[in-house]
Design a protein around this ligand. Sequence first.
Ligand code: FE2
Length: 232
Amino acid sequence: MSIEGGHDAYSVAQDQFWGSVHSKLADLHEKYACERYNSAASLVDLPNTRVPRLNEVSNTLTRLTGFELTAAEAATSGRDFFCAFADGIFHASTGLRPADSPDYTSEPDLVHDLIGHAAILGDPLIAQLYRSFGKAASRTESDTEFTRIASLFWFTMETGLIIENGGVRAYGAAVLSSATEMRSFDNAEHRTFDVADILSQQINDKTCQSFYYVAESFEHIETEVRSCLDRF
Ligand SMILES: [Fe+2]
């Protein structure tokens, strides 16, 4: 990747890789993503034949929900990442996952951050929840409390599932940015959404999840998550 004219420039091979991954995930979203994700993704309307530029996606998000994307730097800590949500800022990767791992990567990349996070940040309820996570993270100096906030984010905004039209659909970014995980979440353990239980769990972000928390509705998630975050 090089910098040209103030924009990150990607190679033809990287544009093709993005197009291929985007196309595969978009097909899977029709079956596995919740309606809220699919509606927001159609508004965010990520390019499907070339690697998107952060500034163009950011401009669209700002118009939709006030969120901005900024390039994550090596020095961006987990705490910086979360606290920035309070100001409507999402630190996004600019690198792409390895070409031989199009369907799953444990490290955040442009596919994860744009197709997983940015697309659903076009939804006002979700954007507001991200802000609430940021405000809670900003209020606490305790590492223990920060770890609990990160666990709640992980089991909702990264790996959350929801019941919709009699089936189970995904709204979490880690699931929606991985073809492997979308194809496998139905066969993993599904637990009833329970914030107290979530807060006691450790995050394992190195493999597809062995269990997920399934909520009844976004109203349920919003009520439970807000009430929990307000306590930090
Ligand atoms: Fe993520």
